[in-house]
Design a protein around this ligand. Sequence first.
Ligand code: ADP
Ligand code: NI
Length: 218
Amino acid sequence: MNTSETIIKQTKAFVKKELEKAEGGHDWFHILRVYNNALLISKHEKVDQFVVALGALLHDIADSKFHDGDETIGPQKAREFLFRLNVDSAVIEHVVKIIKHVSFKGGNEEQQFRSPELDVVQDADRLDALGAIGIARTFNYGGFKNRKLFDPSIKPNLHMTKEAYKASTAPTINHFYEKLLLLKDRMHTKTGQKIALERHQYMEGFLKQFYAEWDGEK
Ligand code: ADP
Ligand code: NI
């Protein structure tokens, strides 16, 4: 019989291997940061820690951004993996739902599934999009997509659908207005909100300095 501890250990090894070739912002270290954030937030929430841990570890196992928009690969991979480890089927279904819904963009569509465990994983993932790490990941992703850093003539689009958001070729700075600066008001947990606010303020300082340097003021 596999214990929770051995299942988590094996899941870490599986995810690390699967993400060997992932882009720098969505690699194993992103998963590890989200996992650590999730455990930290969990301390103050009434949640099933095992579900949170597995959800955090498996949440980006096959990101649709890197699989031609196919959103079924990740959940399926996770389901098969956990099934092979004889994980309880209710746990498997909950983890699969977390993976399917964690990346909800908060736009016009209504989120179809909610649970306290999903709230924790979603907050943990969003925290990694903020602050110094958030800035680094965003420019890394923009570089990966060969985008401009900034172009004053291309304004942010604040009303994007999920599809438009995915297909966007806008300069990387626009992503701050289209997503990153909106996240602090979309956190579910108290701990998440507190850390998000600190990281939000750090990003505002960064943007201020960026424009000053752009204009040659400093
Ligand atoms: P999640 O992985 O939480 O579902 P995303 O994959 O959309 O969310 O975003 C994760 C991170 O990838 C963002 O926080 C950002 O750093 C980077 N990223 C995603 N889309 C863009 C984009 N259009 N421009 C720049 N960075 C992006
Ligand atoms: Ni993620």
